[in-house]
Design a protein around this ligand. Sequence first.
Ligand SMILES: Cc1ncc(C[n+]2csc(CCOP(=O)(O)OP(=O)(O)O)c2C)c(N)n1
Length: 546
Amino acid sequence: MNISGGEALVRSLINNGIDTIFGLPGAQIYPLFDALQRHSDRIRTIVPRHEQGAAYMAFGYAKSSGRPSAYTVVPGPGVLNTTAALCTAWGCNTPVLCLTGQVPSAFLGSGRGHLHEIPDQLATLQSLTKWARRINDVKAAPTLVNEAFLVMQSGRPGPAVLEMCWDTMAQTSDVEIIPGISVPEPAEPDPDQIARAVTRLSTAKRPMIMTGNGAQHAAAEVLVLAGLLNAPVTAFRSGRGVVAEDHPLGVSSVAAYDLWRDTDVIIGIGSRLELQYMRWGSMNQWLRRPEAPFLIRIDIDPAEMYRLVPGIAIIADARKATAQLVEKLASSGTAPVRTRDEIAVAKSGARARIEKIQPQMAYLDVIREVLPRDGFFVEELCQIGFTSYFGFPVYRPRTYVTPGFQGTLGFGFQTALGVKIANPDKAVVSVTGDGGFMFGVQELATCAQYNIGVVTLVFNNQSFGNVRRDQENQFDNRVIGADFNNPDFMKLADSFGIEGRRVSSPAELKPVLAHAIESGAPVLIEVVIEKGSEISPWEFIHPAVS
Ligand SMILES: Cc1ncc(C[n+]2csc(CCOP(=O)(O)OP(=O)(O)O)c2C)c(N)n1
């Protein structure tokens, strides 16, 4: 088939199941956009108002659905505008494909100063992702796109990049279009590793399970394992929702901290165990070989076993390995002594202790009450978001959307748009501070243009509240760079053609939020908060330091 480089890319995306692409056009990638125009019956193009939005939306799409996503932007400044989202996708093991252009091939590496030239784009992007390649020949496009999809979804998932020179993308060539890839089944776990873990677990008295992002597809298996061991299951951020927190064995990180004291075996499943060994230990010292409790890790990434060395390492897919543990433990028997009552006491005690984090807890309670169990909650780096780590119960896998350890301020609202596009029939609530929201405020236009029904709660405390509190506490009240003036959010919403509502108490929020979710339309809700009035949530996130 005689087609352009851009067309070969688009056909290959479609063959790999991509139904939506987020992108912002420019000269180098015109042929790709032209192909998107001509294939718009098979692939939808969402155009944000800033390139960062394209990448955050692709991140939200992939993270909430578990399916790969794609975005496209011009090279140089365009692709650099997306790097905060790209490193977030890397940190969160999320399969996001970035397609970008390059200077004309004759100018590669010339330093001549062609449009959007940067010193070494491929090396820059390689350093932020799992895999990055240039497509030098149109004929190679389908194979390289397939390879990108394979890399993104095998082993530890992650983002990938393909760049194509300006002239290559425009050139036509006789290209063989091939079917998309199907991801091969992960290898079977090593039976010796499973046998060792079963021996240790069959005598475990008070085991605990910690889930991470790598366990999101293993919810059914994890729940059975937890049942056999009577083990509380906890998570910090990315592993939340694997076991519902209203299940007797699903516990928040605060309840888990209580139960940690007499835990004799910890099983980390698809998790870096930041909670146990950094948050509950030291953020400044790298503990490589923890002693008690006995650590068993299931992780598909062998490198993880050197970063945090367990007593027993099971290098395998979370679902496969957990299923095998379940099968073998069911016949060998288990000996747990921790009772469900003990766990229930820890849960109610934790809930009572966190009650003082106001007004955040009162707002989170309202949101939890109104948001359906399968609705999505997109957090942010703000007082309500930090409190949600432990104060907002999550009931379903993937429904708690977080930037994980990147802590990417401003990701939330923009990411939520991608979440909604991937899950059009589900409610999506984005909670954000006024500081973080303004990082991506221009996407209100995208929200209105495509009628993306995200409900956004902006907690307006007229400041980078977290910074402000840190400066008061750690720098003797010397506040700098933390206070600001906001626009009138109601006029702002109105000018973008979006419904705006302002509330100043949890009781006021409840009917407004219920109506907003019910409407299915985009709604911006401003929550008025007195500056400096929020109680710090940090003692529950970092209890060893507080
Ligand atoms: C990309 C990025 N820049 C800066 C920060 C540092 N930071 C963390 S929280 C915060 C303040 C957030 O303010 P706001 O969104 O208004 O929420 P609030 O704390 O007031 O609730 C800042 C600047 C960050 N985490 N990420």
